[in-house]
Ligand binder design. Structure first.
Ligand code: NAD
Length: 506
């Protein structure tokens, strides 16, 4: 059972509202309210007023006002503030973990060991990286001038985040943006505002000036679209589904904004016949089930070379069946519910439709003892055709599909055969084979003999319909900065040589 004494009290903490504008909580003014539901119990844990367009305008105005001062701060000053930010997050780590598990139904061990420490590390990374923003070296490229490149912030960034890793997604958006001297308005998903609000609150506590980090909690259609189209927002950074990403791209493009899109995924997991089967089976189960499969890089399509196929299917099914579903706050729970009952039913729908053309080896059901929450059993599906819905569509739940292949070429071709290209893994003991897979698989990340780990120093972002642009790492500064060519004349003469093109020989 939950112990309410150890849970985050959202209604008390955010009694003043779920908008964070210019360093203060405020109520939304859309006239509509929304309930955050604990998906493990179905209980409402926080009801708040959604942001309307006026709240978006107020947040953008606050970010715009804060921009000149924050952009003019030295990299050292921004870095100091962000180091303090990391320290505040570390001090409040348990509170963040509890709030994240409460709103998402994530097992507390995942929040404590992955989401929260990952966010603290990201913050510390960008605190350091803030001092390493560089332009290219200066030089006399024309002979008569000195040229150099300035790297400058863009202005007010408007960001939109999904519900699967609310804290980490907020961090991935906010940190590179502010490290580079921008200010930001972030819209978290309506289902999961709590840790984005805590994150902004911690920024203020660390001394980051009011208006640098603002949170707008509203619906995608009105608050989200208004933010993307806002004339005072210079850049849009979106993480979410490919379908919504297309709409966001249309609005951002029509208002001529810098655009960064982190979209859906359908990661292949390619097991060659010389792979360590034990490692591949454990990697597949953990890689498919992390965060109840609601992970854009989760292993979703296992392609297994024919000699290992049957054994892989039976061992993976057996291991999946040992994963313990239950109360997210119990320390031994491995798998929590999905984010909502609607998402659970969506996942169940994919599996139920697949029964007509494929074999559900394990799972494929709602556990009756946990039906008060949005739980779904870890599911392995075999014998589906490559072009079937369950192989091609992003399910975003604890479902792994497994297919056989014969030649290495076929395995790589099948791995590349979806619209997505976010992440992939290759499993082999042969360095040449694995290296070939890393070259030929079209994805923003390819792991070898592992699947899932991420680190602050390395970029995350997609190929193909998984989007473009990078989160994390120094590469993210390419998104959140613009470069300016500065050119000084060195001749000090009134009649420049190139003026001949206008004045001829006069
Ligand atoms: P979603 O696209 O439904 O929503 C994402 C965000 O967009 C939410 O904040 C939502 O309110 C907002 N939104 C919805 N309609 C909008 C509109 N018309 N205009 C502006 N904003 C709008 O995605 P989701 O269901 O919250 O998250 C799951 C998706 O996110 C999956 O597809 C997953 O793969 C993807 N994702 C990708 C990454 C990545 O790094 N590539 C990371 C996490 C999640």
């Amino acid at each position: 059972m939950h112990n309410p004494g150890h849970r985050f009290q959202a209604q008390d903490h955010f009694a003043e509202g779920a908008q964070y504008i210019a360093g203060r909580l405020a109520k939304g003014t859309s006239g509509r309210s929304h309930a955050v539901v604990d998906p493990a119990t179905g209980d409402e844990v926080y009801t708040y007023e959604l942001a309307g367009t006026a709240d978006v305008d107020a947040a953008v105005a606050a970010a715009r006002e804060a921009f000149p001062g924050w952009a003019a701060a030295t990299p050292g000053e921004r870095s100091d503030a962000m180091h303090r930010f990391a320290a505040v997050l570390a001090d409040r780590a348990e509170e963040f973990a509890q709030a994240e598990s409460l709103q998402c139904g994530k097992p507390i061990k995942l929040s404590r060991e992955f989401d929260v420490p990952g966010t603290i590390d990201n913050t510390a990374f960008f605190a350091g990286a803030a001092r390493h923003l560089q332009g290219q070296s200066a030089g006399e490229y024309s002979g008569d001038h000195t040229s150099y490149v300035r790297r400058e912030p863009i202005g007010v960034v408007g960001s939109i985040a999904p519900w699967n890793y609310p804290l980490q997604m907020a961090a991935w958006k906010v940190l590179p943006a502010i490290a580079a001297g921008n200010t930001i308005v972030l819209k978290p998903a309506e289902l999961t505002p709590l840790t984005s609000l805590l994150f902004a609150e911690a920024a203020t506590q660390a001394g980051i000036p009011d208006g640098v980090v603002n949170i707008i909690t509203g619906a995608g259609k009105d608050a989200g679209e208004h933010l993307v189209g806002h004339p005072d927002v210079a850049m849009t950074s979106f993480t979410g589904s490919t379908a919504v990403g297309r709409r966001v791209a249309e609005i951002a493009t029509s208002t001529v904004k810098r655009l960064h899109l982190e979209l859906g995924g359908k990661a292949p997991f390619v097991v060659f016949d010389d792979a360590d089967l034990e490692a591949a089976v454990h990697g597949a189960v953990a890689g498919a089930l992390i965060n109840t499969g609601q992970d854009c890089t989760a292993a979703t399509r296992a392609y297994v070379q024919r000699p290992l196929y049957e054994e892989f299917v039976s061992k993976t099914a057996d291991l999946m069946a040992t994963v313990r579903l239950g109360d997210p706050f119990a320390p031994d729970t491995d798998l929590g519910p999905l984010i909502s009952f609607a998402q659970r039913d969506r996942v169940a729908g994919f599996v139920d439709r697949a029964r007509a053309y494929a074999r559900v080896v394990t799972g494929g059901e709602i556990p009756q003892d946990l039906k008060h929450g949005a739980y779904y059993r870890p599911t392995l599906v075999a014998d589906a055709a490559q072009d079937s819905e369950i192989v091609q569509s992003e399910i975003f739940g604890p479902v792994l599909v497994v297919l056989p292949f014969d030649s290495d070429e076929e395995g790589i071709r099948l791995a590349n055969d979806t619209p997505y290209g976010l992440a992939a893994s290759a499993w082999s003991r042969d360095v040449y084979r694995a290296n070939r897979a890393t070259r030929e698989i079209k994805a923003g990340c390819v792991w070898v003999n592992d699947h899932i780990p991420i680190i602050s120093e390395m970029p995350h972002g997609g190929y193909k319909a998984s989007g473009f642009g990078k989160d994390m790492s120094a590469y993210s500064f390419e998104e959140y900065t613009q470069i300016k060519h500065v050119m000084f004349d060195n001749t000090a003469v009134a009649r420049k040589d190139w003026h001949r093109t206008i004045f001829g020989d006069r």
